[in-house]
Design a protein around this ligand. Sequence first.
Ligand code: ZN
Length: 332
Amino acid sequence: MKETLRTIVGKTLIASGFTRLSRRMTPKDGAVVLYGHRLAADHEGYLQGLDPRFFDDQLTYLTSWYRIIPLSELLGYYHRKKSIPRNTIVLTFDDGFRDNFIHGLPLLQRHGVSACVFITTDSIRTGRLPWSQRLGYMFQKTTRDSILHPLSGPKPIALKRFADRKKAYQNVKRMMRRMVFDQREESLEQISALLDVVPPADRMLTWDHCRELMRAGIEIGAHTVSHALLDEIPLEAARAEIQGSMDAIRDNLGVEHPPFCFPAGSFSEELVAMIREIGFSSVFKPVHTIRINNLSNSDPFSLQRLGLPNGPAHQLEAELDGIFHLIRKVYR
Ligand SMILES: [Zn+2]
């Protein structure tokens, strides 16, 4: 849905009292888990950020209507088979962007709440952006007129206009989805040279940032080694991505059983079983069938989330009250 339409619909429904009515109709218990990526007012690498000013506004709203708890506390309700209180929220951020530390931490502290950051461990180690954002950055910033590379097709692709660059990026990204780590890195190097763009190496958290976040009560989870799409690569490569992220977190942060979150919507039940067997505490599945997680519809290995909108609190209010969820269900 277009942002302007969302704003209009959201405001109308809130003003009409529909959102409050629907809030009363929500299940008595359960937690909504929210997720974001970058905390920035731009869309670098074609990944829309959440403007920190909007996030501040959203936190003001959330802390007045909901109770925000750490993910580990939510898992505790499942382990003790204790009903999750109504109006519970858990905040999560994916990929491990440095702006989560620079902008996110001060806001979380000011509002007195916790969050969980799911890190892509190779990006923490090397500073490199996750591969799809890195690719996006190169296509956004290139001044080359065209590209000719096996992944972009048999003919040169024009890059002059904004729309050309975005389309070329999407095509190459699609071709890279099934690549394993070394193969993908090699292609990214070639494309970086062809586009004459060196992606920035200062956008991701470092291990020191992660440790500082943990000292401030922020939890750290795993999001694979290299943001691989786990269900699109061979099973053993997926295992290496999952196990490797677990090992890096344990060795660098001392967390024995971190939570896990699948990158970019690619998952399978076989992979969930593998993640559980490797020793993670929980899994977020990238499906959107549950809005409110409770003891009767989910367990720590089948948790689901809602995205934080890049907009003011009333947009989030409409998301939480289920209006957009309902609309999407009807029009899907
Ligand atoms: Zn991700």
